[in-house]
Design a protein around this ligand. Structure first.
Ligand code: HPA
Length: 280
């Protein structure tokens, strides 16, 4: 007989706090919104938003472009829980926050996690404004949020990452892109800890390693999601070419501006994707 996982107290406290605000809501899809993509929540119907500071163990995001709210409601026919604001390892050791956020989605009932981010492109044929579906990743220097004692009730000590980005969800994403006639790029996301952007020499090395896009987030959430059994789909919104590939000056403001400019395309894809997901 399979046993229900017993989640530790602080996780239960987070879920209790959320349920107090939104009693009978059972989300099935968790969505993490990247820099400049928070406006996806404007499409959420019957939304209930809870500030992170009202959820035990959640962080207060300090990075411009990351609001810090959990927004729940219906999006394209699915019950979703959107994390509008994430934390990054360039802010310090954020493992506990990340664990709390991802595992709370799981405990609320989500079976799937859609992660989005802003990223630099390592391919000249994938310019700013492109949307890339993440098919796999390379962890270059982001700490692993599972380091430390393992909680066997949440997931096993050692996990496989061969299906980090679920094949079936990838296929659904392709169908969704085709249905809105959007060119969907596909590739490998390489994660750096940041907060500095990469050097041109690093970008050249990453191209040789086989990466297609580079960013400072996502990988920890994907590791945590796989650990607790969530299926993952990932999208990168390309905001620039990698350092040294153009004359553009890379700044966070530039990332936010570019993400805001083309986030509508990513949002349409997310809506189409949610429509193609059958609950199983
Ligand atoms: N490098 C790292 N992170 C990023 C980039 C980049 O070029 N663009 C957006 N996020």
């Amino acid at each position: 007989m399979s046993q229900q996982p017993i989640f530790p107290n602080s996780l239960r406290d987070a879920v209790t706090a959320i349920r107090q605000q939104n009693k009978a809501f059972d989300p099935t899809i968790g969505i993490i919104l990247g820099s400049g993509m928070g406006s996806l929540v404007d499409h959420v119907q019957g939304s209930v938003a809870i500030d992170y500071h009202n959820i035990p163990g959640f962080p207060i995001p300090k990075v411009q472009g990351h609001q810090g709210r959990l927004v729940m409601g219906m999006l394209a026919g699915q019950n979703v829980a959107c994390l509008q604001g994430r934390v990054h390892f360039y802010e310090g050791d954020v493992s506990l926050f990340l664990r709390q956020m991802v595992r709370t989605l799981k405990l609320l009932g989500c079976h799937t996690l859609l992660v989005t981010n802003a990223a630099g492109s390592l391919r000249t044929d994938m310019p700013a404004g492109s949307v890339m579906m993440i098919t796999d990743h390379l962890n270059y220097s982001i700490p692993n949020p599972l380091v430390g004692l393992n909680d066997d009730e949440i997931g096993p000590r050692f996990i496989g990452m061969d299906q980090a980005y679920d094949n079936i969800l990838q296929q659904k994403m392709r169908v969704a892109a085709a249905s809105i006639k959007m060119k969907l790029y596909e590739g490998i996301y390489l994660g750096c800890r940041g907060p500095n952007f990469e050097t041109p020499a690093e970008i050249r090395a990453f191209i040789r390693l086989g990466a297609d896009a580079v960013g400072m987030s996502t990988i920890p959430e994907v590791i945590l999601a796989r650990h607790c059994g969530l299926r993952v789909a990932g999208l990168s919104l390309i905001t620039n070419l990698g350092a040294g590939m153009s004359h553009e000056l890379l700044t966070h403001e530039h990332t936010l501006q570019q993400a805001a400019k083309s986030s509508a395309a990513l949002q349409q894809l997310v809506l189409g994707f949610l429509k193609t997901i059958a609950i199983n």
